[in-house]
Ligand binder design. Structure first.
Ligand code: B12
Ligand code: SF4
Ligand code: SF4
Length: 344
């Protein structure tokens, strides 16, 4: 497809607020599908049963949509104003990961992808489909192929120009666009992310065992956690940023331009005692339009109670006591555990 259409797509992507827009083949073969199969066979997806049930379609873009020829991969920078990790020194506050401090990125990105995809379809007359996170498409290997960056030893996609804080979105199209050059790997001998992980979730560089990852445990996993992870979680109550935040490539990162993904004050170092007291309605009100809302009050309060147990702060005891009779058994178990940690 002519270079002028590629340039126009890039320009329109920029106008829609995307920080990067690059092109890749969606039909060329890759090894990512085999690696995904290995990940699932080893059980590393844990309770994310949707990874197993969609395995075949997820393995390659053309397995999901036979007609896919090109991928337009978009990146939206959600960089924080400053290194977020020192916030965890305040043990009476909860730590919400940077990606979840503003509006839900799915909502922010999806509409813009649809707008851009509509414009491309109008120009090419060919079919397009849009993806952000939830569909059975491996977005990171596609982004690497398009040259947005590379999958680091922590398995996330990072970039020489944006560091580690990029949301990804993809448009698949039946049109053949000239691909951009893929990005190579620039981790070298660095192991900062592997060393920083509080739960040793990397069985090897470039591989993650999601079952050990605090992002999985706080967001995806509904049950009571093994004690090993409760203590390792510290004050992390939604997601985890350690492996991203320690990466030396963040020296090239800039703060997010997009206001909707910037942090809301209420979601930076919120008081654990306030969060533990949230009922369903107050939880929904606090997390309106936030991705945190998706996990529901019970799972969130479970996370808050683990953080209370780790706080070493006797003033948190009444918050745990107040939840000993909670209707939810996982919350009750977390309250008992937190209380035992603070009183024995
Ligand atoms: C499932 C999932 C998770 C799971 C599993 C994460 C994972 N690393 O797989 C959990 C819940 C843990 C998770 C956590 C997070 N997630 Co998530 N998640 C996804 C999702 C839906 C699918 C990812 C997937 O396919 N995983 C399966 C594994 C097998 O895939 P993979 O990581 O690409 O695996 C590669 C490597 O393991 C490697 N590999 C395997 N073996 C070997 C061997 C060798 C020798 C080599 C070289 C490589 C290699 O090759 C594989 C294929 O490329 C994507 C959205 C999407 N549809 O793609 C978002 C996505 C990856 N998540 C995202 C984010 C932001 C996060 C968090 C940062 C959120 C947070 N702050 O808490 C954390 C990061 C944790 C981490 N270190 O990965 C972003 C990442 C953006 C980016 N720049 O990379 C995505 C792309 C969503 C989006 N649209 O923006 N996530
Ligand atoms: S997000 Fe946290 S727990 Fe998960 S791999 Fe990275 S550092 Fe480890
Ligand atoms: S911290 Fe080091 S090893 Fe990890 S992704 Fe960044 S450069 Fe690669």
């Amino acid at each position: 497809m002519a270079d002028d259409l590629r340039a126009e797509v890039r320009k329109r992507a920029g106008m829609l607020g995307f920080d990067v827009c690059r092109f890749a083949s969606a039909s060329a073969s890759w090894s990512a599908g085999e690696r995904l199969a290995h990940f699932v066979e080893a059980g590393r997806h844990g309770d994310m049963g949707w990874m197993e049930t969609t395995l075949e379609r997820r393995a390659h873009p053309t397995a999901m949509w036979e007609g896919a020829r090109s991928a337009i991969v978009l990146g939206l920078n959600y960089g924080p104003e400053h290194d977020p990790l020192p916030e965890m020194q305040d043990a009476s506050a909860g730590y919400i990961s940077v990606y979840a401090r503003g509006d839900d990125y799915h909502e922010v990105i999806k509409g813009r992808l649809k707008t851009l995809a509509g414009q491309i379809a109008a120009r090419t007359g060919e079919e397009v489909k849009v993806f952000v996170d939830t569909a059975p498409l491996m977005e990171k290997p596609l982004a690497q192929r398009a040259g947005l960056g590379w999958q680091g030893k922590h398995t996330n996609l990072l970039s020489r120009s944006h560091g580690n804080w990029l949301f990804l979105g993809v448009i698949l199209t039946a049109t053949e666009f000239e691909p951009d050059a893929p990005e190579g790997e620039h981790c070298g001998t660095c192991t900062a992310c592997l060393d920083a992980c509080p739960t040793a979730a990397f069985p090897a560089p470039f591989q993650l065992d999601a079952r050990r990852c605090l992002s999985y445990l706080t967001i995806e996993f509904a049950g009571p956690w093994p004690v090993e992870f409760r203590t390792a979680a510290g004050s992390r109550i939604y997601g985890c940023d350690d492996c991203l935040a320690v990466c030396p490539w963040n020296k090239f990162a800039a703060a997010a331009r997009e206001g909707r993904v910037q942090a809301r004050d209420a979601l930076v170092s919120p008081r654990l005692a306030d969060l533990a007291a949230l009922d369903d309605a107050a939880f929904r009100a606090l997390f309106t339009k936030s991705p945190v809302k998706r996990i529901g009050r019970d799972r969130f309060v479970r996370n808050v109670l683990y953080a209370i147990g780790n706080s070493g702060d006797a003033e948190q005891i009444p918050s745990a006591e107040a939840l000993l009779d909670d209707p939810n058994p996982v919350v009750r178990d977390a309250a008992e555990w937190a209380l035992a940690r603070l009183t024995t």
